[in-house]
Ligand binder design. Structure first.
Ligand code: PEP
Length: 242
């Protein structure tokens, strides 16, 4: 049995700014978050601006506890890969995190879990922390395939990852039907999926990893539903896009 309670899992809250900021709005948003959350120690707060905004946002975050992440990363560290950004480049610009496997990349850009896995390995070998996103579509949920999809995504994305690397990974359960739609998973739906993902971690790696890995929820999180979602025993934070 996975022990769901009693482990002090530090919550992680991520902001996925997608392709929605300009340089000016990114800096203004970062400045306002530094003012409101900039000395927070109880929660890991990770801001993920678009690549061209990273340098300016990093300067804004200096001296605060807020951390910065890329929204994506390429699986090779350098070479002839036009348009791609590598993990060493993210480190050099001040990132300590990166999102891998976001459903918009899986769905719109055809990223398979095998590609996500290669990106995850690039992330970890360059000492970055990963937010690994998994989640089912509306059709998959209504066809009763949620658990099968989560299992495939988690197993294939984590292939070859050692238990020692797991503290550098936060899982983001992001049901695709809830992302950017205004339709949120209920706290019970989120809790059920998180417990399922935690059991999978126990099966794939071991009970201790299952009990200590942070699993955050993403999908239309707002100030009015965040508290109810995060009060669930297996919901260890949120990934917020909108
Ligand atoms: C996301 O993009 O990871 C996300 C959760 O988006 P939103 O909050 O807009 O649903």
């Amino acid at each position: 049995m996975v022990e769901a309670r009693g482990h002090a899992r530090k919550p992680t809250v991520g902001g996925n700014w997608k392709m929605n900021t300009t340089l000016e709005t990114a800096v203004a948003l970062a400045e306002s978050l530094v003012r409101s959350l900039g000395q927070t120690l109880q929660v890991d707060v990770v801001l993920c601006p678009p690549f061209p905004n990273l340098e300016a946002v990093y300067r804004t975050l200096e001296g605060s506890t807020l951390r910065m992440g890329g929204q994506d990363v390429f699986w090779e560290d350098a070479g002839a890969y036009t348009g791609e950004v590598s993990a060493p480049m993210l480190v050099a610009i001040g990132c300590s995190w990166v999102i891998v496997g976001h459903s918009e990349r899986r769905r719109l850009l055809g990223e398979s879990s095998e590609i996500v896995n290669r990106k995850l390995h690039a992330t970890l070998r360059n000492d970055l922390n990963a937010i690994l996103a998994i989640g089912e579509t509306y059709d998959e949920r209504h066809a009763g395939q949620t658990e099968q999809v989560l299992e495939e995504q988690l197993r294939d994305s984590l292939a070859g990852v050692s238990r020692d690397q797991m503290p550098h990974i936060v899982i983001a359960y992001e049901p695709v039907w809830a992302i950017g739609t205004g339709e949120t998973a209920s706290p019970e739906q989120a809790q059920d999926a998180h417990v399922f993902a935690r059991r999978l971690l126990a099966h794939l790696i071991d009970e201790e990893v299952a009990a200590t890995t942070r699993i955050q929820y993403g999908g239309s999180v707002t100030s009015s539903n965040a508290a109810a979602l995060m009060s669930q025993p297996d919901v260890d934070g949120a990934l917020v896009g909108g």
